[in-house]
Design a protein around this ligand. Structure first.
Ligand code: SF4
Length: 67
């Protein structure tokens, strides 16, 4: 799984951090999303997908690995 977080779109609501803090953080400076792991471990997939669903701005997306 590859995770993308578009900081130009993020509005800093923090839903992603609550959903999967191993993959998402928020900047102390501007409050926007920081991607901690663009290729996160498999056991974070559920939380990452929840974050994509809950993100109010549509800043997050995932691509599944081939095969
Ligand atoms: S949930 Fe979406 S809008 Fe909120 S901080 Fe995360 S990426 Fe940004």
């Amino acid at each position: 799984m590859r995770v993308n977080a578009d900081r130009d779109v993020c509005i800093g609501s923090g839903q992603c951090v609550l959903s999967e803090p191993r993959v998402f953080d928020q900047s102390d400076e501007d409050g926007l999303v920081l991607l901690l792991a663009a290729d996160p471990p498999a056991d974070t997939a559920e939380g990452v997908r929840r974050a994509v669903t809950l993100c109010p701005s549509g800043a997050l997306s995932v691509e599944d690995d081939e095969g």
